[in-house]
Structure formats: structure tokens, C-alpha cells
Design a protein around this ligand. Sequence first.
Ligand code: PDD
Length: 291
Amino acid sequence: MRKKEGSMSEGLVWLNGEILDFASAKVSVEDRGFQFGDGVYEVVRVYQGKPFALMEHLERLQRSAREIELPLPLSLAELAAAAESLIARAGIAEAELYVQLTRGAARRNHLFPPDTPPTLVMTVRPVRLIPPELRERGIRVLTVPDERWARCDIKSICLLPNVLAKERAHRAGAFEALFVRDGLVMEGTSSNVFAWTGEELVTPIADHRILSGITRSFVLQLARQHGYRTAECDLPLAELRSAREVIIAGTVTELLAVIAIDEEPVGEGKPGPIFRQLYAAYRQMIAERVR
Ligand code: PDD
């Protein structure tokens, strides 16, 4: 391994089979990820040095890659083994693993390049921890028009609308932006959304308009296990605004209670009992899985 600067605790890169530090890892300026956003990705949370739901993420990566006609250069078992050894080498207990696959480096041309190996990059970094006070007090969200493309089920690296929306939310003093399309709430810029109506936990159906979140599926599963009714269906913004509780969920976010939407309080304006119960259950599930 080449090592110029930085320490192991700052993270490591796996680039097309080679393990490097961040300063040494370089990708061509002609990489199609850089030129066209022609690629797909995953983010996996590492708890106590162990990746959580790694196979679920790699299977989704495989699906995203298939949808953009980009063959995976490794089998899922090989990818998992490479990811696990990178995580072990990095030696960071609480980390995030990023996996990105692009259509490789070739002279700029919209057409798929023939005989070009894809670029596969994995990085392991200390996780961006959610400040405990946000977990305790809840977060504010901003609603924004959904100006994304029609295949949000593909975890594409083209994240410009998500980046712009998150920045707008931040400038408005909110933690997350929620995309709204035709009066319906879709998802956050990097999270899925749930509304507790008092009777059921509603979340938008995982069709082509949103990413089918892995945390989302755990939240649904845990809610059912705790005896709550769940519904995957249209979620009008008006319904979200009048919900008793609103929760967002994602790999890095885990679960967060939404206490205000566009400055208007949700329910009593503080994290509610459903959030507390589901978050505790999620942490418990992680503890069992990474043991
Ligand atoms: N984002 N919706 C969108 C648009 C996302 O980008 C993500 C995840 C989610 C939640 O999915 P999951 O529970 O599988 O992480 C929903 C990652 C974390 C990111 O872009 O950083």
C-alpha cells in the first residue's frame, strides 16, 4: 500500500483492487462518473467495525447497475469480501463505507465506450455522526419541489437536485429537505419519510419515484413487529402536515423525528413515542446483527 499522508484512522480507499490512502487514490479526468455522472453508488454504515446490512446494499447496487446496463466487475461475494477487508484494514469502529461504480474512463462521448473497464471505488471514513441533540430534540425539514428525473429508484451518482435541496434546507435552518411531486411527499435528499397518523405508519410506495431505502424496509418491519399498522401508499403533503409524528430514516441518519415542516410544528413539536420506540428497536436490531 502506498501511503503519503494521513493516518489509517482517517480512512482508506479501494480503487480497482488496490488499497490506497486518500491522497494517493486518483481517478482519470475522463472518468464517466466525473464527466457524465454515469454511475451508481451505495452507502453502508459500519458499527463496531462491522458493516450493517452489507448484502442488502450490494444487492441494491447490483440492481442499480443492471438498470443502467453497467455490469458489476466482481461477484457480490467478491465485493463483500473486498469491502470487509477494507473495513478491517481501515480499523475505524464507527464508519461509513462508500461504494461507487462508474462506466470507466474514456474519451468524452455520450455513447457507451466499448471495451472500457468500469471504475470501482470504495472508501471507508469515520461516520458523520448525527449530533445527539438532534436525536433528542428532533429536526426541522423544508419542503421543495421534486425536480429530479423519473428513475429515483436507481441509486445514481447524479445527485445535483439532492445537493441543491439539502443546501436550501440548511440555509433555511432545516436539517433535511423533502421532495414534493404533484402534492405528494416523496422522500428526503438522503432519507425516506414516514407519517404516523394515529392509526397507521404511512410511507410512500417504493416505485420509480423514490429510492427503496434499506432503513425504510427495517422501519416497516420493526413497526409491524411492534403491532403497528403500516401502509405503503401516496402521502399527500397535507397528510404529512397533520400527522401526529413524522420520521425520516436512512443509513447515516438512522431515524430522526421531524418536529417542524416549513416552520409549522408537527404534532406536539417534539419527538413522539412512536419515534422513540422505533429508534430503540432499530438500535437493538443493529446490536444483535453486528454482535
Ligand atoms: N442515501 N432516499 C434517498 C434519495 C437516498 O439517497 C437515501 C440514502 C435514502 C435512504 O436509503 P437507505 O436507508 O438505504 O440508506 C432514501 C445515502 C445514505 C446517501 O446518499 O448518503
